[in-house]
Each structure stands twice: as structure tokens, then as C-alpha cells.
Design a protein around this ligand. Structure first.
Ligand SMILES: Cc1cc2nc3c(=O)[nH]c(=O)nc-3n(C[C@H](O)[C@H](O)[C@H](O)COP(=O)(O)OP(=O)(O)OC[C@H]3O[C@@H](n4cnc5c(N)ncnc54)[C@H](O)[C@@H]3O)c2cc1C
Length: 397
């Protein structure tokens, strides 16, 4: 087995690394820079940097050039993710659009949708939100209540979405709504995915404060909001199939970037454990903590090999289908494991971010808190395990 990348891929890596060296200011790589900005300032700084990166040709690595992408391979995309993580570059402001909506539009969108959606998404002119979850519909998504009634050339939308990432910064939102009542017992029928403008009087976003103190998600209320009927993705009534395809992208991308990021987090935790006193000796000498740190490292290495496996499969043009759930389970649980080790090393100070000394601890504490959400969004761990059991392993319900 040859685990090296091709010469062409390595050339791309060198080119992108050189661009990052020249265009990613040192301060943006430091947690302190971001900690001193408000939510809005940080968002705008990331948005503007990311737009510049897109203008330089480093966006939509795998997407066709005719829509503004770079026309690269899955391996180039993985290298791009890895280099972004190694450089500690700011995370994308358009994750929902880039990782989930974009590939779905490429697969199912009309030519007009591809042209109007992809380029503004890559340039961060349009920030996308995902409107799937509702107060009464999370894991059981087919229980959604939001209605979209045809009215002339538009749909009239009424209902509420919740846990909407980027709600306060969103320009457009892809929502699941009922365009017709369930067909008898078939709850998945009659649902459509609509691409809705958030800058209209019928759409109101309200922030929800999280345990990190940030409001990176919120609630979105629709009261007689409108959406042209040309803005259905995947066809009216096919929303369930469209959503399942979209969720497979949400769950299944290669986890090389996560591996790189969590490995750095793990190294920082080990460094802290070496410095921190625990009963008169370094915390790293505590056999229980050592065991926990070693366990996290083993999981990290498993994640790396799994990511290479996924990358090989996608580079060979294979469709991961429901196996995507295994990747989501692996990276989110590895992240939790590294964060749990951090929590164990730091002890009770972990629970009170204000008490943590120093800026790097603030970043690690925020990461550890964020890790808790990653086993929930995109489908909880329990639900992913059900998917793997039933759809991949073929076990009975
Ligand atoms: C940080 C964050 C960002 C998010 N961003 C978005 C977003 O942008 N857009 C969006 O639409 N949603 C978003 N979500 C919502 C997310 O998709 C839901 O929280 C998730 O699907 C779980 O739904 P729920 O919260 O309603 O929990 P519930 O579905 O009520 O589940 C509660 C518990 O029951 C378990 N459970 C439920 N059903 C089963 C079952 N069949 N078998 C076994 N166990 C089960 C679950 O695993 C969970 O532990 C986000 C969530 C978080 C935490």
C-alpha cells in the first residue's frame, strides 16, 4: 500500500501553503486575536479573509471551474483541509453552505440553481443556514410542522426552526417544510426543501446563548414568509430524499482536518499535564491520566487511518452512503475523548472558564465545551448508531 500523495497533489500543497504563509496574518493564527473581538467582529473578519482566499482560487477545491470551483480531486480537498488546520486558519463562516448545500446543489440542482448559488457561496456573499430542526422535530425529523403553501408563483411559509447555526448572520436558509400533508402513514412524503431569503419581513432570527457564552446558533420564525416556487431543491415532495443526501455530506466528509486539529489539541493537553502539579508531581505522572491520554491518542490514530480509508474510497469515486455515519461517530467521539482528557487534567477549573488562567486555556476550554455539541448536531450518536446497525450492518430494527 502506497500512502504517499501524487506529485501533482504535493505541488498543490506547496502552492496553498505558500499562499497561507503570505496571506494569513500571524495574529489570526492566535486564539488571543479572536478572543478580543465581539461575535460580529470575529464573523466579519473571518468572512472577509475567506472571501480573499476564494478570490485567490482556494475555495470549492473539488467543484467544477464553470461554477467558480477549482476543479480539483478529493485528495486535493483533503490536503486543503489539512493545511488549513495546520496553519490554524480561521474556520469557514459558511460551513452549512460549503459542506452540505453546495454538494447537494451540484448533485440535484437545476442549472440556474448551480449558477446562482455556488459562486456567491464560495465568495461568502451569501451565508447559508440550515433549517431542519424544529422544537418538536429533531432526531424524528419527519415530525416537522413547518408549512409551505403554494400561492401563485410562490410558497407561503409559516412555522419555526431551532438550533439554526449562523441564524444571526444568515442571508439564506435551506428549510424542510410540508408542501402537502403526509400521504396516509407515509410521513416522509409531502416534504420539500426550499431555498429561502432570510432578508424579508416574514423571517425573524433570534439568538440563543450557549454555554460558551456565544450565540452561534438561534431560532428562526417564519410568518407568511415567501419563497418563489423555482427555489425548490430536488423537486417538490422529494424533500426527504434531498435531505438524506445532504445529511450524508454532513456526516461523511473525510475527517483529516478533524484529526489534525484534535491532534494539536491533544499535544496542548499533554503539555499542560506536564506543567500542572497534581499532589506534588506533574499531572502527566498520574497513571490514570496517562491511561486517559494514551487512550485518546490511540483513538486519534484510528481516526487518521479511517480518514485515509474514506479518502481512498471517495477518490475512487465510491459513494459512502450510510457509511458516512461511521465517520461522524468516529471523529465526534475522538474529539470528546481528547476533551475529556483535558477536563480530567484541569480538574474543576474546567467548569469555570473565567477561572482558567491564560488565553490558550480559554481556547481549549471553549473547544472542550464545543466537543459536547458535536455528538448531537447532524444527528445524535444514538441515531447514527441506529443508522449503522440497520443500514450498514443489516441488523433487524
Ligand atoms: C451546536 C448545534 C448546532 C446545530 N445546528 C443546527 C442547524 O444549523 N440546523 C438544524 O436544523 N439543526 C441544528 N442542530 C440541531 C440538531 O440537528 C439536533 O439537536 C439533533 O438532530 C437532535 O435533535 P434534538 O435536539 O431535537 O434531540 P431529540 O431528537 O429530542 O433527542 C434527545 C435524545 O434522545 C435520543 N434519541 C432520539 N431518537 C432516538 C432513537 N430513535 N434511538 C435512540 N436514541 C434516540 C437522542 O440521541 C438524544 O440523546 C444543531 C444542534 C447543535 C447542538
Amino acid at each position: 500500500m502506497d500512502l504517499r500523495h501524487s506529485e501533482q497533489d504535493e505541488q498543490f500543497r506547496a502552492e496553498f501553503r505558500a499562499w497561507l504563509d503570505a496571506n494569513l496574518p500571524q495574529e489570526m493564527r492566535e486564539p488571543a486575536f479572536w478572543a478580543d473581538l465581539t461575535d460580529d467582529e470575529a464573523f466579519e473578519a473571518r468572512r472577509s479573509w475567506e472571501a480573499g482566499k476564494a478570490r485567490a482560487g482556494f475555495a470549492g477545491i473539488q467543484w467544477p471551474t464553470e461554477y467558480g470551483g477549482r476543479g480539483g480531486t478529493p485528495t486535493m480537498k483533503a490536503i486543503y483541509d489539512e493545511e488549513m488546520a495546520l496553519a490554524n486558519a480561521p474556520a469557514t463562516v459558511n460551513a452549512l453552505g460549503l459542506a452540505f448545500l453546495g454538494p447537494t446543489v451540484m448533485a440535484l440542482g437545476t442549472e440556474q440553481q448551480k449558477k446562482s448559488i455556488i459562486a456567491p457561496l464560495l465568495n461568502c456573499e451569501t451565508i447559508w443556514c440550515q433549517g431542519f430542526s424544529e422544537p418538536g422535530a429533531g432526531s424524528d425529523l419527519a415530525a416537522l410542522q413547518m408549512r409551505a403553501e403554494p400561492q401563485g408563483e410562490d410558497y407561503l411559509l409559516n412555522g419555526q426552526k431551532i438550533w439554526t447555526t449562523n441564524a444571526m448572520h444568515g442571508d439564506r436558509i435551506f428549510v424542510l417544510a410540508r408542501t402537502s400533508p403526509p400521504d396516509g402513514g407515509k410521513r416522509h412524503a409531502g416534504i420539500s426543501m426550499l431555498l429561502v431569503d432570510m432578508h424579508q419581513s416574514g423571517v425573524e432570527a433570534r439568538p440563543l446563548k450557549q454555554m460558551t457564552g456565544e450565540s452561534e446558533f438561534g431560532e428562526v420564525f417564519f410568518t407568511d414568509a415567501t419563497c418563489p416556487n423555482s427555489e425548490v431543491l430536488g423537486g417538490e415532495g422529494n424533500g426527504w430524499a434531498t435531505a438524506m443526501l445532504l445529511l450524508s455530506y454532513e456526516r461523511g466528509a473525510s475527517a483529516i482536518a478533524q484529526y489534525t486539529e484534535y491532534h494539536r489539541q491533544w499535544e496542548q493537553v499533554v503539555a499542560i499535564a506536564r506543567e500542572l502539579d497534581r499532589d506534588g508531581r506533574p499531572a502527566s505522572a498520574d497513571p490514570v491520566l496517562r491511561q486517559q491520554l494514551a487512550g485518546a491518542l490511540v483513538e486519534l490514530e484510528c481516526l487518521k487511518y479511517h480518514s485515509w480509508h474514506v479518502l481512498t474510497a471517495t477518490a475512487q469515486g465510491k459513494d459512502l452512503g450510510y457509511e458516512a455515519s461511521m465517520t461522524k461517530i468516529m471523529w465526534s467521539e475522538t474529539f470528546r475523548r481528547v476533551s475529556d482528557a483535558y477536563e480530567a487534567v484541569l480538574g474543576t477549573a474546567f467548569q469555570v472558564p473565567g477561572l482558567s488562567t491564560g488565553r490558550s486555556l480559554r481556547e481549549l476550554t471553549a473547544l472542550a465545551m464545543w466537543s459536547r455539541s458535536c455528538t448531537i448536531w447532524g444527528g445524535s450518536q444514538q441515531v447514527q448508531r441506529n443508522v449503522v446497525a440497520e443500514r450498514v450492518l443489516g441488523l433487524p430494527r
